[in-house]
Design a protein around this ligand. Structure first.
Ligand SMILES: [Fe+2]
Length: 490
């Protein structure tokens, strides 16, 4: 036998020291574990029963066990990492104010759920206390005053036989029901399980007859922010999909490189300092049934290589912020950490990878990025909303000061000890994607943008009747005006 390489030599020597020979087919398998040989080899040798030449079959069970262990460790590394850190500076002007990346503590046990809901309640009731002076539910029952203000988490909503709506709310002392009649009825029917609200009303027979339902909301007097640069919003690039709109993407790139567009468009392109990508960077693998039929690149690493190559075409004077979505290779439960190093390392130096959601300060502009999976829940729950106007569904999240107000819907939530999905600080800009349609608006001074997609309709979307509005790009310009650019490759 000719020993061709150092790795094989090393493996053979290590086994020889234990008194064994090793078959070439087993050597090939062991090369994959070159950093763990000192741990693996003694285990293999002690499990042998009499054979002198170690075969592939002899080592397979032990190697499989190691693979499982390795996967477990990778999983841990991805989701349960070190100490919390509040603020970190990654690049000159980008300050990450809040992001789960590297701070997750969640193990998914009962205590985590209790801590998570306590955090949600505390954070939201703190915001609500600026709007009403709620007393605890147990005190309401003791004091028995007529007029009451209370803050609670929605437990149950149901219509009564006489057409009113009965809502049960709870705090950490007790629970109580309130009755919504007349105009309040419709509003009460839009309440989602586990959102936190304020109720003002009159106590009658241990129930509250509600006068007002109060959302945490954002203040009325917010004003749009001016800057001295522009921000470009994109999302749902779905690199790796057969339906990725390459010609249109190339036009977008050409615009950023001053190669297409009129004078006005060139002026805007010159002012662009940031491009923000709100998730679904790649199409992923195994996200929905038979997805492989829709894929041009079948492996996820290849998809990220493509993503990095395409994003590299964005001129380096621009900083690119990349946040993941439900198609990306991070945990599905929200908050999602930033892309793993093995993928994020593929991107150029002007790219900053952040989690989903992320609250950033871009040179004075407070930006909240959230992929937008819970928008599915909001649109399903509230019949007056539709996918054609995603910005209206985004308003509902802002009003509730929570990115996924409804627990147990289509958006899975990881029960972190702290609820990262509460919108604690009011952003200047709130950016979502996920819906694949385009919509912008201002709500009480906050700019809302849902930034379309770069993927044409897939077979799967046809089946579920999702009509995308691809290649629409919103640009927030220095005056606070929003420009909509459409890139049609023809
Ligand atoms: Fe998407």
């Amino acid at each position: 036998m000719v020993i061709k390489d150092i790795e094989s030599k090393l493996i053979i020597t290590k086994f020889a020291m234990h008194g064994y020979n090793v078959h070439p087919s087993a050597i090939e398998l062991l090369k994959e574990f070159k950093n763990e040989l000192d741990e693996i080899i003694p285990k293999i040798c002690s499990a042998l029963n009499g054979s002198f030449i170690i075969s592939r079959e002899d080592i397979l069970p032990i190697l499989n066990e190691f693979k499982r262990k390795r996967r477990k460790e990778q999983f841990k590394k991805q989701f349960f990492v070190e100490k919390p850190k509040e603020v970190k500076n990654l690049k000159d002007e980008i300050c990450i104010i809040k992001d789960i990346t590297g701070t997750s503590t969640c193990e998914g046990n009962v205590d985590d759920f209790i801590a998570y809901f306590n955090s949600r309640f505390e954070k939201l009731s703190k915001i609500l206390r600026q709007r009403l002076n709620g007393i605890s539910i147990s005190n309401i029952k003791k004091i028995r005053t007529e007029k009451v203000d209370v803050i609670g988490m929605v437990k149950d909503v149901r219509e009564t036989q006489n057409g009113n709506v009965l809502v049960e709310i709870e705090d950490n002392t007790d629970s109580i029901r309130f009755i919504a009649t007349g105009k309040l009825r419709d509003l009460a029917l839009e309440l989602m399980g586990d959102e936190v609200i304020g109720v003002s009303g009159v106590l009658r027979n241990n129930n509250i007859i509600a006068d007002k339902i109060i959302f945490p909301d954002v203040p009325l007097n917010g004003e749009k922010k001016r800057t001295n640069f522009s921000i470009v919003f994109i999302s749902d690039t779905h690199f790796g999909s057969k339906e990725f709109l390459e010609k249109e993407w190339d036009l977008f790139i050409k615009w950023l490189n001053f190669e297409v567009g009129n004078e006005k468009m060139r002026e805007i392109a010159e002012s662009v300092k940031y491009v923000v990508l709100a998730g679904d960077v790649v199409d992923g693998v195994g996200i929905y049934p038979n997805q492989e039929k829709d894929l041009k690149i079948l492996d996820v690493y290849g998809q990220y290589e493509e993503a990095a190559m395409q994003i590299d075409k964005i001129p380096k004077r621009i900083k690119v912020i990349v946040s993941p979505g439900n198609h990306d290779a991070v945990r599905q439960a929200e908050p999602q950490p930033a892309l793993l190093k093995e993928f994020s390392n593929l991107f150029s130096n002007n790219v900053v990878n952040v989690g989903n959601p992320s609250f950033l300060n871009l040179d004075g502009i407070k930006l909240l990025i959230y992929h937008g999976r819970s928008l599915d829940d909001v649109v399903t729950k509230i019949p007056r909303l539709s996918y054609a106007k995603p910005q209206e569904a985004m308003v509902e999240l802002l009003k509730r000061r929570h990115l996924a107000p409804m627990y147990g819907g289509r958006s899975p939530i990881a029960p972190e000890k702290e609820d990262y999905l509460v919108i604690e600080e009011i952003p200047d800009i709130f950016h979502c994607g996920h819906i694949h349609t385009y919509g912008t608006s201002f709500y009480r001074g906050v700019f809302l943008v849902n930034s379309s997609t770069w993927q044409a309709q897939t077979e799967f979307q046809k089946k579920v009747n999702l009509n995308p509005m691809p290649c629409n790009v919103a640009v927030y310009t220095p005056s606070g005006e929003v420009v909509r650019l459409k890139f049609y490759g023809g």
